[in-house]
Ligand binder design. Sequence first.
Ligand SMILES: Cc1cc2nc3c(=O)[nH]c(=O)nc-3n(C[C@H](O)[C@H](O)[C@H](O)COP(=O)(O)OP(=O)(O)OC[C@H]3O[C@@H](n4cnc5c(N)ncnc54)[C@H](O)[C@@H]3O)c2cc1C
Length: 312
Amino acid sequence: MKAKDIRKVLILDQGNPVAGQLLQKATEVFGTDGVQYVMLKAHRTHNLVLAMMDETVREEAPELVLLGATALGEEVAPALGVRLGTGVAAHCVDIKVNEEGRLTCMIPAIGGRAVGEIFIPEAEAGRPAIATVKPGIFPQPEDAAFAEEIPGYKVIDIDTMAADGKLDPGEKVQGGFRMTEIVPRERSAGSITGADIIVCGGYGLGSEGVWRKLEMLAQRLGGAAACTRAALDAEWGCAEDSMIGTSGKAVRPKVYIGFGISGAAHHLCGITGADTIISINNDKDAEVFAASDYKGVFDAEQIIDALLEMTE
Ligand SMILES: Cc1cc2nc3c(=O)[nH]c(=O)nc-3n(C[C@H](O)[C@H](O)[C@H](O)COP(=O)(O)OP(=O)(O)OC[C@H]3O[C@@H](n4cnc5c(N)ncnc54)[C@H](O)[C@@H]3O)c2cc1C
């Protein structure tokens, strides 16, 4: 099914892999026949990117604008929505065309217990539609040069715009962002993006002591420790950059082992790229089991202790 009115898609290339992921996904959803793809290369300050997106959208008139939900994308998307008087579907876990040919963004809802469908109106007020997607939610194109094969593909480079005199930062950045403070971010020991083995702890761990054991297990297995939002909020010591999910990271490990995790969509959408998912939960009906390759109905700490003993 083709979307009724999507003829041009604008993607922000911030100089990281998510732009390729978005382009590949968009070509799968909307096709390449009669649909143009415009890649705006703009990796500068937020104010400038916002100004240039605004300018490019007005000039190119795309029906859809896609951005990675990175620090930059998360700030620019809503500000762009306000400038253009349109809405933003933030942290989409999928983008589709429904049976009626309407553009639909899938977003975790009701505390992550469900995935909601956001219909973006086709009326002028709903165009361009703006959507953000976390890096890693969609797979990376195998061949980075695939974009060159798309008939209606073009790249606009912010540096070229500057050289052509189209860029007047002083004037255009007004109404953007102003930095008031820099807060250093707490970083976890092992990065979870790129790790082959991830040991993830949820609220069911129950205490800081068990979280520490889980961290030790991750280290012994040569992997990285990760957490859910609920475990992060419990302040047992998980670092913010080790949280998986819509507002955290999307990961693609060979093995993901989750302990005491209920299986909210907000978390699960970050592990869809894992090769094997193993879950330990003491509730046999936990939702996480439906998304797991292997499940164990056990107490989390008992299994962690047993694995620590085996890996001593
Ligand atoms: C806008 C928004 C964005 C969000 N973004 C994210 C995100 O990026 N990442 C994220 O993770 N969450 C996110 N959330 C929160 C998410 O919806 C869930 O609330 C969260 O993922 C639940 O974490 P949890 O599974 O650790 O905790 P819970 O839902 O409390 O589940 C704990 C589980 O542990 C089990 N358990 C209890 N005791 C034991 C034991 N002794 N042994 C074994 N199992 C046990 C329980 O049966 C239960 O299934 C977001 C929510 C919102 C509204």
